[in-house]
Design a protein around this ligand. Structure first.
Ligand code: ATP
Ligand code: MG
Length: 445
């Protein structure tokens, strides 16, 4: 993409309404525009990152054997009356009537609808296990929408629903989700810690929230200093191998890590003092095994091998796709702007032309641009008639991990400059080697 032809409405001033850095930087980098409280347009740069995140979510869900579909945003109130949640949900649910006076709602979540799909089409244990998921807009009329996309009213969520015959199978689905979520966040360059969460009236140790450590997080968190060091890395996971999947979950959930809702001071104090950490976190996902709560209420049953019928065992598992943009920026920025991890960057690298209009420099930039595109990469070429300082400031603000700077002086020596946004370190290389280097960095990402 050539910046002169792109739509990147960056702001020079700090927007007054933004209280936290990710919100401020998303507005300044021209990623989003507020349209009403907690409701945003996704401008091209923000939309690109949103789609990259969604893509990673899809890839990891499909790898775990989960099946994508798409349910509508609008739902009928009748379905929610069946589960008893129409009245229980409260003012966070946006309710309205259509022209025929039928009661409708904008879905805050989809347990009822997926259970309805299940009961219409599945009746035998032979069709299990089954996990269906979608990535779809949700609406929750939050009392205090704030922090930009972190707590919106309209937001983008991956929500998946598992169906199994037995509790044991359902817990394997739970574990599969935990591991697939760990992989998902790691690929984005994020450390999200599974923390035992409060399961409310249902009870039991059957729900975990995933938290990204950040000063601006809304949850208070207590954890063993060793927990954020745990990494899946590039180990292969066989999602059908129950013992292997369970072992990974055990590895990631044995050490102490809890939110204020489940925190137990006495247990926490058994950790050696120097390892006891108290901080704040952003909830970027949650997994939940709830058994037959919805299947019983809505009559979603399956036949068993011995011919009886039982309500299907269920779980629901969510990732805050749009919130992740905020969390990623909270975890990756400096005074100059965003620093995208390579896994989610909107463009793979920037090209800065220091002397637009100079025939040789323009030609070198065009050559670089084409060479990168030929490698399947997406560069953002700043080809505007602008001062070098302004070009650098824009690149730093929008946070592309790599920048190639091209100017007449370097070209006279046969080199361009490759700069890391994260470390600020630069290297002089030939254009060919710079292209090879960028290609290698993104191989497999
Ligand atoms: P919270 O406690 O932050 O209100 P929740 O526990 O009600 O969230 P879930 O129902 O677990 O949310 O939804 C799954 C994920 O969707 C959450 O982990 C979070 O990342 C995201 N999410 C929830 N509410 C919002 C919101 N208002 N804006 C953006 N993302 C949200
Ligand atoms: Mg939650």
């Amino acid at each position: 993409m050539r910046l002169s032809r792109y739509f990147l409405p960056v702001l020079k001033e700090n927007p007054a309404e933004a209280q936290i850095v990710s919100h401020r930087l998303m507005l300044r980098a021209g990623m989003i525009k507020q349209q009403a409280a907690g409701i945003y347009s996704w401008l091209p740069l923000g939309f690109k990152v949103l789609k990259r995140i969604e893509q990673i979510v899809h890839e990891e869900q499909i790898r775990a054997g989960h099946i994508p579909l798409l349910m509508p945003t609008l739902q009928s109130a009748d379905l929610w009356r069946e589960s008893g949640r129409y009245d229980a949900y409260g003012p966070e649910m946006l309710r309205f009537k259509d022209r025929h006076d039928r009661e409708m709602l904008y879905g805050p979540t989809n347990e009822e609808m997926i259970t309805d799909i299940f009961r219409a089409h599945v009746s035998s244990y032979k069709e299990l296990p089954l996990t269906l998921y979608h990535v779809q807009w949700k609406f929750r009329d939050e009392v205090r929408p704030r922090f930009g996309v972190m707590r919106g009213r309209e937001f983008y969520m991956k929500d998946g629903y598992s169906f199994d015959l037995t509790k044991e199978d359902a817990l394997h689905a739970y574990n599969r989700h935990m591991v697939s979520y760990l992989r998902t966040y790691e690929r984005m360059g994020l450390t999200a810690i599974p923390m035992r969460a409060d399961s409310g009236p249902i009870g039991g140790d059957n729900t975990h929230e995933f938290l990204v450590l950040a000063q601006t997080g809304e949850s208070e968190v207590f954890y063993d200093a060793k927990v954020p060091e745990l990494k899946l890395g590039d180990r292969e996971v066989d999602y059908d191998d129950r013992a292997a999947v369970a072992a990974i979950c055990e590895e990631f959930t044995t050490l102490y890590a809890r939110t204020d809702e489940t925190h137990d001071e006495a247990v926490f104090n058994q950790i050696p003092e120097e390892r006891r950490c108290v901080g704040r976190g952003i909830e970027v996902g949650q997994i939940f095994y709830f058994g037959t709560k919805y299947s019983e209420a809505m009559g979603a049953t399956v036949s068993t091998p011995d011919g009886t019928r039982v309500p299907v065992e269920m779980g629901s598992h969510g990732i805050g796709v749009s919130r992740l943009l905020g969390a990623l920026i909270e975890a990756n920025h400096d005074d100059k702007g965003i620093i995208w991890p390579e896994g989610v960057t909107p463009f793979h690298c920037g090209i800065v032309n220091l002397k637009q209009g100079d025939a040789a420099t323009d030609l070198a930039c065009e050559g670089l641009y084409k060479a990168l595109v030929a490698k399947g990469l997406e560069p953002l070429y700043d080809d505007r008639e602008e001062r070098a300082g302004a070009k650098f400031a824009t690149m730093d603000l929008i946070g592309l991990p790599w920048r190639i700077t091209v100017g007449p002086r370097g070209l006279a020596n046969g080199v361009v400059e490759l700069t890391s946004r994260r470390t600020g370190e630069s290297e002089e290389l030939s254009a060919e080697i710079a292209v090879a280097r960028i290609t290698e960095i993104y191989a497999g990402k």
